[in-house]
Design a protein around this ligand. Structure first.
Ligand SMILES: [Zn+2]
Length: 468
């Protein structure tokens, strides 16, 4: 006898855009949320974070693909709105969230304080979206799960987490339910890694799924193969010879560790001098690096051989923790490499370093990550000759450089290669987490190259039926 099952999928974010990942799966009226991200970017997108979440109290549990804030940063708000279920993720994701959610809360509180000081908010007083207490409450709900095995969650669903190779701890989330006919599986790709990371292991190939929710960030791009080590070697050599400082703005989780790894490799291969000081001036990056080193099982095998010099620790590595140390470093004229956050110059200690170093020709700034339109990072990268930092106009005399193709995302070719491993064409493929051009291009390629005709570009708020 075929028993009734009703399964519906709704995208509450990351539909036609790359942030605010939140997918709602309803299995026999029970509600499950896959990812719980913050909307980021321009104000008209960020403002959506303030909308009331429609089902906070009714959500049974949340499954997370990874720790990035556009996939996890809405959790404290969900808890504030009454969610009390478990939040399932990998152990490394849970560890990273301990620092990332508190940092996010801190930024929300800072925004509110700034709005009150400048009196630009329509609300008086301006309140943060959430605070550290909400973040602490969300952290208490984290429930790490083992990977690569099915775990029963309740009478409706089982879950399996599998490595997706995007950042430390990132996972594909597969959910299985009984439909009275052998059951069905849906796979959420989260952000798909490209296998090019030097630190973490690449994505696992999956062979079976009935439904697939696929990210499309670089759906319209094929990343050029650039000799990153060679480019970095040239830049470091050049700046070191003229006794300048190389300032690298970098995201604390993922990018900073990749850069440190490259610098260490250049040292090992004697391509740069061993005595160049490398300051990492970002408490969050230092904590994240420590978490990376704790999760050896996630790292490529080179990290397991007990080397004398750990691969994430150049010879003259200097961790800068306190604000006082950071200020002293800004005032010092000692040549070297400074890695600091925020990666897109949206705030943080990096701004102090740039204020001090940009007016001198001997210094250089190196961008290693995507710079969103409208950020100071984008303006500087595009060649602005004067930039306003902390209410002061700063002359840009330093060299401004960029190394592209250091992304942690799969490009269009990588996505197709990963999709080719499925033995049967999924019944429905939903494309999310992309700008319109990426979504359109990926949809075209999946239809024409893999003959995946049931490819659907996810629309926010539409309820998709998974019964037929
Ligand atoms: Zn991500």
């Amino acid at each position: 006898m075929k028993h009734e099952s009703s399964v519906k999928l709704t995208f509450l974010g990351a539909a036609g855009t790359v942030t605010g990942s939140r997918s709602l799966l309803q299995v026999n009226k029970k509600k499950y949320l896959i990812d719980c991200g913050l909307f980021q970017g321009p104000k008209e997108i960020r403002i959506k974070n303030w909308d009331e979440f429609p089902h906070a109290k009714e959500i049974e549990c949340v499954f997370l693909t990874h720790a990035h804030i556009d996939h996890s940063g809405y959790l404290p708000k969900l808890v504030r709105e009454g969610f009390r279920g478990k939040i399932y993720c990998s152990q490394a994701t849970a560890d990273l969230l301990q620092i990332m959610l508190l940092d996010s809360a801190h930024l929300q509180e800072e925004d509110a304080r700034f709005a009150n000081r400048e009196k630009y908010s329509e609300h008086d007083p301006a309140l943060p979206l959430y605070d550290a207490k909400d973040a602490e409450s969300a952290l208490k709900l984290l429930t790490p799960l083992k990977s690569d095995e099915w775990v029963s969650i309740d009478e409706n669903v089982s879950v399996k987490l599998t490595r997706s190779g995007h950042i430390l701890g990132s996972r594909f989330v597969q959910l299985h339910w009984d439909d009275g006919n052998g059951g069905k599986t849906i796979t959420f790709s989260g952000d798909l890694g490209n296998g090019h990371s030097n630190i973490i292991k690449g994505p696992v190939s999956l062979t079976e799924t009935d439904y697939l929710v696929m990210e499309s960030t670089y759906g319209d791009r094929v990343q050029p193969h650039v000799d990153i080590m060679g480019a970095l070697e040239n830049i470091i050599q050049r700046v070191w010879k003229r006794e300048g400082t190389l300032v690298i703005p970098a995201f604390s989780v993922g990018r900073t560790q990749e850069i440190i790894y490259f610098i260490r490799q250049l040292e090992v291969e004697n391509r740069i001098p061993q005595n160049i000081p490398v300051w990492v001036d970002s408490p969050m990056a230092l904590d994240a690096t420590e978490i990376y080193m704790r999760h050896r099982e996630e790292l490529k095998s080179v990290f397991r051989e007990g080397e004398v010099q750990p691969p994430l620790c150049p010879s003259h590595y200097k961790a800068v923790s306190s604000a006082d140390e950071s200020m002293l470093l800004c005032m010092s004229d000692e040549p070297g490499i400074v890695i600091s956050a925020a990666g897109m110059l949206t705030g943080g200690r990096i701004l102090h370093h740039l204020k001090a170093r940009l007016p001198y020709e001997k210094n250089a700034v190196l961008f290693v990550g995507y710079q969103v339109e409208g950020t100071k990072g984008r303006l500087l990268k595009q060649g602005l000759t004067k930039i306003r930092i902390h209410h002061k106009m700063i002359d840009v005399e330093a060299e401004v450089l960029a190394i592209e193709s250091l992304s942690a995302h799969a490009d269009s070719d990588n996505i197709l290669d990963w999709c080719r491993h499925f033995e049967k064409v999924p019944k429905k493929i939903f494309l999310n987490h992309g700008e319109p051009s990426g979504l359109g291009a990926l949809s075209y390629r999946l239809r024409t190259e893999l003959d995946w005709q049931n490819t659907i570009i996810a629309e926010e708020g539409v309820e998709y039926d998974l019964d037929q």
